[in-house]
Design a protein around this ligand. Structure first.
Ligand SMILES: [Mg+2]
Length: 430
């Protein structure tokens, strides 16, 4: 079954609510929050990043759609953004404001009900979360699900495995080869007959999500609808802005088969290059590739994993458990490059002290130490080591972090340093 051709055609939305994972992503989140408190910026190119001064160093955190139209994108140095769009309004990053807006969005999502089911919300970041239906309160006593976890993917033979759903394709308008934007639709919750337009229709619920988030926060979001997390996450990009999109086993190949492998969540430029060296450029080519070759070239674990990714397979378990960080890190971009490596070592020690305070706040020890170093003009290297034993001792952590400097070339000026401490798992694991 693993390599069977998926049934083609538009996605069948006549499934029960337990079939679906939704991915909610705020549109141009940071810029949108800024525009809310400065309405005069609406419609203007807005760039949020660093301390808001494009003559200084720093990178773009979020650009408004108006700025994106000029080629400004996240991660771009502010100075380049200013060159591409000189008329843009540059604003400093204001974390407390985004934390507050994010908390409001997540609270709104958690308060939703889908056809009588409470929902589970798995926060992925400031501006994105997976949402799925949990068992109805009445069902919980039957042991169908535990509180705080979606029943999607639980107790099903195909959970996290290949998509052997055996869906019956239902032909229906609105989901062609072009990414459709589903119009606003209001669905009265309460009924439960599956079918297009009914309360179980994920597009109806997606519209409700966008409506409620907008009401509560004045922020617009897009909603990806998938039969697993991977497809939901990718679907969001097709729904943007202010829309939703359905991506399932049925339309996977049709929608993204021709796209480069980089379109997949989990494939970065490094992996894309490795795949290209094997003659695999597109998602379809990855899906049809020989899993043995992938295993031989990319490793016995990662090879098959990428193969499944190409077919859009992935897990569907949405967990409402609070997020437990695996690591803490801090980094600094210097306004003037550091040329003196004694000074570089001193900065590494100072950063380590700040990160140690972060892990102390969680009461956990560090097990691994990582160093990030960016040379002038912009090339970045990372190094890391596992400590002989987990520790919270500052001097030991500083010595370990500084020792990583011996593993980089000390022949160029440094514009950025970062230190990361990976912690031991909490009792009971992640
Ligand atoms: Mg977003």
């Amino acid at each position: 079954m693993a390599d069977a051709v998926e049934p083609a055609g538009p996605p069948d939305v006549g499934q029960g609510v337990g079939h679906w994972v939704l991915h909610v992503d705020l549109d141009q989140f940071l810029a949108a929050v800024e525009v809310l408190r400065r309405p005069e910026l609406a419609g203007l190119p807005v760039v949020v990043g660093g301390d808001g001064d494009p003559t200084k160093r720093g990178v773009v955190s979020t650009a408004s759609y108006e700025a994106r139209a000029h080629g400004v994108g996240s991660g771009m140095p502010l100075r380049i953004a200013a060159r591409k769009c000189p008329e843009a309004v540059f604003l400093p990053v204001d974390r407390p404001a985004y934390d507050a807006a994010s908390a409001e969005v997540m609270a709104t999502l958690r308060a939703l009900e889908w056809d009588g089911h409470p929902v589970v919300v798995e926060v992925l970041g400031w501006d994105e979360a997976f949402v799925a239906a949990a068992a109805r309160p009445a069902d919980a006593t039957t042991g169908a699900a535990t509180r705080g976890a979606s029943y999607i993917g639980r107790g099903r033979p195909w959970a996290g495995a290949d998509d052997a759903h055996g869906l019956t394709p239902v032909v229906e308008a609105g989901q062609g080869s072009l990414p459709p934007v589903i119009p606003e639709g209001k669905g009265a919750l309460g009924g439960s007959r599956p079918g297009p337009g009914s309360p179980t229709d994920p597009r109806v619920f997606a519209a409700l999500i966008r409506e409620r988030v907008l009401e509560a926060t004045q922020l617009h979001c897009s909603v990806g609808i998938g039969d697993n997390k991977l497809r939901a996450k990718i679907a969001t990009e097709f729904g943007k802005p202010r829309g939703s999109f359905v991506l399932t086993a049925q339309n996977w190949s049709e929608v993204i088969g021709e796209r480069p492998t980089r379109a997949l969540w989990g494939v970065g430029s490094k992996t894309a290059r490795k795949l290209a060296a094997l003659g695999i450029e597109t998602v379809d080519q990855l899906a049809r590739s020989d899993v043995r070759v992938l295993a031989a070239e990319l490793g016995p674990t990662m090879g098959p994993w990428y193969h499944r990714l190409g077919r859009g397979a992935g897990d569907s378990v949405v967990s409402g458990e609070p997020y437990v960080p695996r690591a803490h890190g801090r980094e600094t971009t210097f306004q003037t490059d550091l040329e003196d490596w004694v000074e570089v070592a001193a900065e590494v020690r100072a950063l380590t002290e700040r990160v140690k305070a972060d892990i102390d706040a969680e009461g956990r020890s560090a097990a691994r130490v990582g160093l990030k170093l960016r040379y002038r003009p912009f090339s970045t290297v990372t190094r890391s080591l596992t400590l002989p034993e987990p520790t919270t001792d500052l001097a030991t952590l500083q010595t370990a972090a500084v020792s990583l400097l011996e593993r980089v070339e000390q022949d160029r000026a440094v514009r950025l340093l970062g230190v990361r401490l990976e912690m031991v798992p909490p009792p009971g694991g992640y």
